[in-house]
Design a protein around this ligand. Structure first.
Ligand SMILES: *Cc1c(COP(=O)(O)O)cnc(C)c1O
Length: 360
């Protein structure tokens, strides 16, 4: 197989060696004479997969025993409901920041569960920037925000400095850079952007915050963090294969040198692309304010919008696929997550230059 450069926003490019190991495990796991996907989740080999994935996650994030990692199904979208269901109690208010489609969906689901306050938003300028002035409601249950806005291509360059528990949807930039993760009470991410295949959701929760969650008796049990935590992510049958593959991605991150090296590589890729865009604004126009740009999802337009379908078509012929912007925004979006190779960005810029010359 000749692999194309896949700029898809999610599910997205994974390391080739991970794909290879994952496919081998589907045929036979660890010389046991059967497949990983035929194996009980209440078995020694699966215990090991689950435990190692939790330990590697914490190691990469620099977190200790005061945090627990949970693996669940339901995607990041289920977390939009679970977070307020578990932590937004009667009479309390939770704060939200609205920075685009996913952040907005989290707001919509939270409103169904209780009182919320949208304390900042970038809707006034079509979500092309990150709001910097963040003041929480006195005594808020938590502040929820989205670290990277996959669709609009904006990303927080700072951690909001607030006194209330911090909850973040990191679906599209989880483990893409060094961060002080100990500032967070709860982090969640659907795996399919940066960490593995769809089907696994990762939740990293501070144990002292978990203590304050509603009791599992007050909630549908599958929606209770406490229930999942007490059973170490095997309350019911978890998505075994996606979680195993996330585990392989974590080992790959460690082998790269952890977040230090991953971040360097991500800076190199995104800087290269943004530099080209900034030098060619006669033809291309980046859509996000400079101080809010995402290293994961680079969004831009061609000044003459009519050329965009042609751009996508011709790029595809060159093995550069998945650059169509989200259906809600149009334009172009190149997603260059951890596993996306630098050479692919170089190829893209070559193509962009050629396309510009031919269509000026
Ligand atoms: C993709 C995405 C989601 C939705 O994830 P699902 O796993 O499909 O529910 C939520 N938040 C962000 C930031 C995303 O990029």
């Amino acid at each position: 197989m000749k692999r194309v450069y896949n700029f898809s926003a999610g599910p997205a490019t994974l390391p080739e060696e991970v794909l290879k190991k994952a496919s081998e495990a589907i045929l036979e796991y660890d010389n046991l004479g059967f497949s990983l996907i035929e194996m009980s989740h209440r078995s020694k080999p699966y215990d090991k997969i689950n435990e190692e994935a939790e330990a590697d996650m914490k190691k990469i994030m620099g977190l200790g025993d005061d945090y627990q990692v949970l693996f669940m199904g339901g995607g990041a979208s289920l977390q939009f409901s679970m977070v307020p269901m578990n932590f937004l109690k009667e009479g309390m208010t939770a704060d939200y920041i609205n920075t685009g489609v996913w952040a907005g969906k989290a707001v919509i689901e939270a409103k169904k569960e209780g009182n919320i306050n949208v304390i900042a938003s970038s809707e006034d300028r079509k979500f092309c920037y990150i709001p910097k002035d963040i003041k929480c409601t006195e005594g808020a249950a938590f502040l929820h925000y989205t670290t990277n806005n996959t669709i609009y291509g904006t990303e927080y360059q700072f951690i909001p400095d607030v006194k209330v528990p911090l909850v973040a949807d990191m679906s599209s930039d989880m483990l893409s850079r060094k961060m002080d993760f100990s500032k967070y009470s709860l982090i969640y991410a659907g795996a399919q952007k940066n960490l593995g295949p769809a089907g696994a959701t990762i939740i990293v929760i501070k144990k002292s915050f978990l203590e304050t969650a509603k009791d599992e008796k007050e909630l549908p049990v599958m929606l209770s963090y406490k229930a999942h935590a007490a059973k170490k992510s095997i309350y019911n049958t978890p998505p075994v294969f996606p979680i195993f593959t996330v585990g392989l991605v974590l080992k790959w991150i460690l082998a790269q040198g952890g977040l230090e090296e991953i971040e360097k590589a991500n800076i190199k890729k995104s800087d290269y692309l943004y530099k080209y865009l900034d030098e060619n604004t006669d033809f291309y126009s980046p859509t996000v304010d400079k101080d809010s740009r995402s290293r994961m999802n680079v969004t831009f337009r061609i000044v003459n919008h009519d050329l965009e379908p042609k751009f996508i078509e011709e790029a595809k012929e060159k093995g550069l696929v998945g650059m169509k912007g989200h259906r809600s925004t149009g334009g172009l979006r190149t997603s260059i997550y951890n596993a996306f190779p630098y050479e692919g960005v170089v190829k893209l810029v070559e193509f962009m230059e050629e396309f510009k010359k031919n269509n000026k």
